[in-house]
Design a protein around this ligand. Structure first.
Ligand code: ADP
Ligand code: MG
Length: 257
């Protein structure tokens, strides 16, 4: 598989009134096209900072980001970003919410409208297009937020604790949903989560960050024998609890240091 994202030597030091805070130190990794990678690590170790830097919203102190071999500076249209809050605009219908990104970029063409309509049909939201966000469940709102992000056809999706505001049952269903949509659309995903199970269930690899300043401490390859693996059925594999124990120990040790 071809390499889609390369993060080279990224470090980040925040300047604050109380002095410098080094959030990240020498982060290096490559991600293949279509791969799903999760990043876990102790609270405050720089996970959100790393995603913000890749998205172009936060400046890096050192290092470079490459997408398909091309160095990117600032915000790239190839990258979509999903946060914990779905950030849907309550006064806009579902349709005008999902069209927002295209509107902002001034590319609301016939083709782009048809593409978004197709996504709404495919992912069972078309009949809700004239409703308002508050009329939808948390899971459906998250799916709308995803479609709004997919509308601009990103190659890479960054998810920062995107499911953590949902209750447990909904979270499991929504991760399953979103996983299958992203696989179908052939999107590469970089997922930040504090939930070890979520990381294992969603990913091909899990990166473990050390406490601040965050460095990559370890990389775990996640593989199941399950046919047509998805985030729900892989939880039943005996390998799931083995991965869980390994990652739990690794995080626990670091958290106690
Ligand atoms: P995580 O997402 O892993 O919990 P963050 O990336 O949010 O961690 O933060 C890493 C460190 O950088 C923390 O110590 C945090 O307080 C600090 N930090 C994050 N954003 C800023 C900012 N805008 N200004 C100053 N310090 C920040
Ligand atoms: Mg965070």
């Amino acid at each position: 598989m071809e390499k889609i994202l390369e993060v080279k030597n990224i470090s980040k030091t925040y300047q604050t009134p109380k002095g410098e805070i080094q959030a990240l130190k020498n982060i290096n990794f490559k991600i293949k096209s279509g791969e799903f990678v999760s990043i876990i690590g102790p609270s405050g170790c720089g996970k959100s900072t790393l995603l913000s830097i890749i998205s172009g919203l936060e400046e890096k102190t050192t290092g470079e980001i490459y997408i398909q071999g091309e160095k990117i500076e600032g915000i790239s249209t190839q990258i979509g970003y999903m946060l914990q809050k779905d950030c849907l605009l309550e006064w806009r219908t579902i349709w005008s919410n999902v069209m927002l990104g295209l509107e902002l970029k001034g590319i609301k063409t016939k083709e782009s409208k048809e593409y978004v309509e197709g996504l709404l049909h495919k992912y069972h939201l078309y009949e809700f297009k004239d409703k308002y966000p508050q009329e939808l469940s948390g899971g459906m709102r998250q799916r709308v937020a995803l479609i709004r992000t997919l509308a601009i056809k990103p190659k890479i999706l960054l998810l920062d604790e995107a499911f953590s505001a949902l209750d447990y049952q909904t979270r499991i269903m929504v991760t399953n949903d979103i996983y299958s949509i992203l696989r179908k659309e052939n999107i590469t995903a970089l997922i930040v989560t504090h939930d070890i199970s979520e990381a294992i269930s969603m990913s091909d690899r899990v990166f473990v960050l050390s406490k601040r300043p965050g460095t990559i401490k370890d990389i775990h390859k996640i593989e199941f024998d399950t046919e047509e693996r998805n985030p729900i059925n892989c939880r039943e594999s005996p390998k799931f609890s083995q991965y869980f124990n390994t990652l739990w120990k690794e995080l626990g040790v670091d958290g106690n240091k």
